[in-house]
Design a protein around this ligand. Structure first.
Ligand SMILES: Cc1ncc(COP(=O)(O)OP(=O)(O)O)c(N)n1
Ligand SMILES: Cc1ncsc1CCOP(=O)(O)O
Ligand SMILES: [Mg+2]
Length: 543
């Protein structure tokens, strides 16, 4: 899949130059350009290093950096500033003041700090103390240390010998950094972890604390954690891997991805890069410390990490939910309606799926509606899904239940599975899709594809690119598990449906395209259903 680039956000990298071309500015530029962002460079030091050794740092004068920032600010204002090597205290103080000022001028600005202290080839990039770095750390939104760096940023001793120091987990390290410096998002990279087979990255993220509309939450909540695991790949071409991860994260955030999705995409980009250099590395007997291989926007399922989450752990042994038994038929149009009135009108139309999504009715009324709906649907082939109310759906023998992310934790998935009730799950982006896919539901929904007035989906509009992205994350048909059908929802109408169909999605769910057909298109709801069925079946209809 080729990612459509409609605009290019600007990222500044404030970082050192590595003359061997692996790390620092070189990694940031290669990464940014491969992921569709423009990269401005403020070089903090001209280092003398190779794949073997670090010889010299050569800091750049803050006057030069200051003039570069000044000339660029009006011309190419950044949406993300990615910070790497800072060579001395003057640079730290200059940058601290700069970020304080820019945050007032650019309220949406995100600052990512990839702490660079020790050189991987041996030697030290600076002798900055924690006390000297603290004012800067307080201006940072996202920090991406590895396990060892996270220790020193917390002022903890690190030793590979577990008996010699107190064992601290990535979760504890992240929490301590989050609290100590009020950093919104702390990602502890697992590259130096003990697990020989997988690298687990941990992210602690304060929802809605990032500037702008990054997360669709009104008030600040407890921070949330995300954990991603990727297979360790045998490549020694890792020089600049840390810089690449932080730049990739910045590139995805600058393009509007939520932290959980930017984190997932950045991890996939890293796995893809390692995979691309495995043969090169093998040719060199895995001895040569080559430059990390920057590739392209990751799209293939094989490079995406596994989401580790309480839910996926809790239901690890749960069998797959029953399938929709389509016998090769298309899933097709999926009306989501809110009353028995609509159900009675749509049932005779021969659709495969209908969802009853009732909100704001009393408990008694609700149970009556669900019971009646299940009975009404019985004589028809249409599979009736009940939104939200999984207990009532089981009690009254509904074909299926649809559950959103908010209700997923509280629902008893084992009870739903044991009752044979089918399960559909809402997802909003690749992180949630990967997580929900592990639960093997009967279908997965992704939305909102377009802005919709039916539900507040601020910050969660996926567009067609993300729809294509998640469709590619399913196991290939050749693999043992059949891909789970995907339903696209949100703002889909008669004009937009043909484009949605071209993504190859199995079903399109709509509310207002049917219920408001008359006012929008001057046709009856039944005619709107007919036209949508026509479009979904492969031939787009000229209105
Ligand atoms: C097919 C389909 N997709 C998504 C949703 C949204 O479900 P949820 O996230 O639980 O939000 P509410 O519908 O409950 O507001 C859906 N109902 N159907
Ligand atoms: C319930 C829901 N979930 C995601 S978007 C959406 C609303 C879809 O309504 P419409 O088809 O009118 O945009
Ligand atoms: Mg719901």
């Amino acid at each position: 899949m080729i990612k459509t680039i409609n605009n290019k956000p600007i990222i500044w990298t404030i970082s050192g130059s590595d003359c061997s071309g692996g790390a620092g500015i070189a990694a940031d530029i290669k990464t940014g350009h491969s992921l569709g962002v423009e990269v401005c460079q403020l070089i903090t030091a001209n280092t003398v290093q190779s794949s073997q050794q670090l010889l010299w740092i050569n800091p750049v004068d803050v006057d030069v950096l200051s003039q570069q920032a000044q000339i660029l600010l009006a011309d190419k204002p950044p949406s993300v500033i990615k910070i790497g090597l800072l060579a001395n205290i003057e640079q730290v103080q200059w940058l601290t003041a700069l970020l304080q000022d820019y945050k007032k001028q650019l309220p949406e600005l995100l600052c990512i700090y990839d702490t660079v202290g020790q050189a991987s080839v041996g030697g030290c990039f600076n002798t900055l103390t924690l006390a000297q770095l603290t004012p800067l750390l307080q201006q940072i939104d996202i920090i991406t240390p590895n396990f060892i760096e996270a220790h020193s940023l917390n002022g903890y001793e690190y030793s590979a010998d577990k008996l010699a120091c107190q064992a601290v987990t990535a979760a504890q390290l992240a929490k301590a950094l989050h609290q100590r410096f009020a950093i919104n998002s702390v990602i502890i990279k697992g590259g130096h972890g003990e697990d020989k087979h997988s690298a687990i990255d941990y992210c602690l993220h304060q929802l809605n604390a990032l500037p702008g509309k990054q997360d669709n939450q009104d008030k600040i909540q407890e921070p949330i954690s995300y954990q991603l695991s990727a297979k360790r790949l045998a490549s020694s071409f890792s020089h600049g891997g840390g810089c690449t991860f932080a730049s990739a994260l910045g590139a995805f955030l600058a393009q509007g991805y939520l932290m959980r999705d930017a984190f997932t995409l950045a991890k996939a980009y890293i796995s893809q890069g390692f995979s691309a250099s495995m043969a090169l590395s093998q040719n060199r007997g895995h001895q040569y410390y080559g430059a990390f291989e920057q590739t392209a926007w990751p799209t293939q399922a094989q490079y995406f990490p596994q989401v580790i989450d309480e839910l996926s752990q809790q239901y690890k042994a749960l069998p797959a939910f029953n399938s929709l038994d389509l016998n090769g038929e298309k899933l097709g149009l999926y009306p989501v309606i809110d009353s028995l009135y609509w159900l009675e009108r749509l049932l005779p139309l021969g659709l495969n799926l209908i969802q009853l999504r009732v909100k704001n009715v009393s408990d008694d009324e609700l149970e009556n509606i669900i019971k009646t709906a299940v009975n009404l649907a019985k004589p028809y082939k249409t599979r009736l899904f009940i939104n939200d109310y999984w207990e009532l759906a089981i009690k009254h023998g509904a074909y299926g239940v649809h559950i959103g992310q908010e209700d997923l934790q509280a629902a008893d998935l084992a009870a739903i599975q044991a009752s044979g009730t089918r399960l559909g799950i809402s997802t909003h982006g690749c992180y949630e899709f990967l997580l929900a896919q592990q639960l093997q539901p009967s279908y997965l929904a992704i939305g909102a594809i377009f802005p919709t007035k039916t539900k507040d989906m601020t910050g969660q509009i996926q567009g067609l690119d993300n729809l294509k992205q998640v469709l590619a994350l399913r196991p290939k048909a050749s693999e043992k598990i059949a891909p789970i059908p995907v339903v696209a929802i949100g703002g889909i109408n008669l004009e937009r449906a043909p484009k949605v169909v071209t993504t190859g999605v199995e079903s399109i769910a709509v509310v207002t395209a049917i219920t408001e057909a008359e006012s929008t298109y001057g046709i009856t709801s039944e005619q709107a259903v007919d036209r949508l069925i026509f479009i979904i079946n492969g031939i787009s209809y000229k209105l």
